[in-house]
Design a protein around this ligand. Structure first.
Ligand code: GLU
Length: 446
């Protein structure tokens, strides 16, 4: 296989959501597996709707997911390349000016449907003489430009869907340039893919119908047989069955981050839903890569339940080793010799990472102890072993208390947990006690 060069090509008109993350990660993991390159391309030809702050936010969201692009490009900076490609198509007789208004086209479509014909553009503009064109322009009409398809059956072997074909005779010649000279996405995308040496176009299956047109464009501009490979993955839908929309902001990567969801949980859900691998926590994107195979993506829509994210996030934290958590712990001043045993003690009791702050206070700071049974706690104080303490200390201490007081089970353990942590539940006391230490333990007992 060629060393892959892939691109993720969002238009910066909103925040990306978990469905866009699926496309980004499919591309990224595919490139990484083949030791290739990942390009972030902003499809920002629509000057009115594209915003710089969305582009910046998309880069932040990708970085949060663990994706660092090898290159970032913007279509808005490449207009001369598109104009040159349009000239080439004109010279080949494959780009022609049309003057119909939207109303005229609509009327024609209705007439075709009424006669039981497919509503395909009838290429009337190809029949205009140069005098007729000049006359229209003299009236102040400006042309839009259509790509002249070469009616044929375009075949490709889709990385996900296998053998695919579209008969371009069933399509209207697509408009590439609007009346006001602005570019639709179709041509710039192909020109960029050629200039950047993109080898694999991996995108959602909502783009399947563009593929035949784009393959014809690749062949017209780059040469026969020079189109990249294509893979169209199934789209994620929310539990309600609804598609995801950039505009609604629902399940945006930014909102999941703010809600404290783990990035690797988002990545695992985004990638593994609707594939042959079950959704499971991963420790790294490399591990996710080993579970992912684009060819094993289902063709059914991939429905996921956003409520699964909470549990998946907790399970992701449980699997995170200290090395992977260290920087994030340090950012909350959780460092020093206790930091690693602390992480190992608490990671199974976190709903979100930020919960570490409260647990660090339990082992290193001040809490309000809860004294449920003062007499028993006084006995516990008297029986408290001398340091040094280790994992066995809590067992030894409670075994002695059990013998002395006859208590067992909850009556024995619960008052100790409440006094030492101020909380009803939490990590194993055997792991916490040595971290809390003897001085703090004494201070929390009556
Ligand atoms: N800007 C297009 C989109 O976001 C890119 C499609 C493609 O990957 O070619 O849908």
């Amino acid at each position: 296989m060629r060393t892959p060069v892939v691109r993720f090509a969002p238009s910066p008109t909103g925040r990306i959501h978990i469905g866009n993350a699926r496309t980004a990660l499919f591309n990224y993991l595919f490139a990484r597996r083949g030791h290739g390159r990942f390009i972030l391309r902003f499809d920002d030809t629509d000057a009115e709707r594209s915003r710089e702050e969305y582009a910046a936010a998309i880069e932040v969201d990708l970085a949060w997911l663990g994706i660092q692009p090898d290159l970032v490009t913007r279509q808005s900076q490449r207009f001369p390349a598109y104009a040159a490609a349009a000239d080439k198509l004109r010279a080949l007789g494959r780009l022609y000016p049309c003057f119909e208004t939207a109303e005229e086209l609509d009327r024609r479509r209705k007439r075709q449907i009424g006669r039981g014909l497919p509503p395909i553009y009838d290429r009337a503009a190809l029949g205009l003489t140069s005098d007729e064109r000049a006359a229209l322009e003299a009236q102040g009409r400006r042309p839009h430009w259509r790509f002249k398809l070469e009616p044929r059956i375009v075949h490709w072997t889709d990385l996900v869907r296998g053998e695919s074909h579209i008969d371009t005779a069933s399509l209207s010649d697509p408009v590439l340039i609007r009346e006001d000279g602005s570019w639709l996405y179709t041509l710039p995308s192909v020109v960029d893919d050629i200039d950047l040496g993109v080898t694999h176009v991996i995108r959602g299956e909502d783009h399947v119908t563009n593929t035949a047109v784009q393959i014809e464009l690749f062949e017209a501009l780059a040469g026969p047989g020079l189109a990249p490979a294509f893979g169209h993955h199934n789209l994620l839908t929310a539990a309600s069955g609804e598609g995801l929309s950039k505009r609604s902001g629902a399940l945006s990567i930014g909102s999941l981050r703010e809600a404290g969801v783990e990035p690797l949980a988002v990545a695992a859900l985004a990638v593994l839903t609707g594939t042959s691998a079950s959704v499971q926590p991963v420790r790294s994107l490399s591990e996710l890569m080993s579970l992912f195979d684009i060819a094993h993506t289902s063709r059914q829509s991939a429905r996921f339940d956003e409520h699964d994210l909470t549990a998946l996030s907790a399970r992701t934290l449980l699997g995170l080793d200290y090395e992977s958590a260290r920087d994030r712990l340090e950012a909350h001043d959780i460092l020093g010799h206790k930091a690693e045993p602390f992480w190992l003690a608490v990671r199974g009791n976190l709903t979100q990472f930020l919960d570490v702050v409260g647990w660090w206070r339990v082992v290193e700071g001040d809490i309000t102890p809860v004294h449920e049974d003062a007499a028993f706690l006084a006995e516990a104080r008297a029986a408290l072993p001398e340091e040094p303490w280790d994992h066995a200390t809590f067992g030894a201490w409670t075994a002695r208390l059990k013998q002395e007081t006859g208590r067992k089970g909850k009556a024995l353990f619960h008052p100790l947990r409440l006094a030492l942590t101020g909380r009803e539940n939490g990590p194993e006391m055997a792991a916490l006690l040595p971290l809390i230490g003897r001085l703090r333990t004494l201070a929390r007992l009556p």
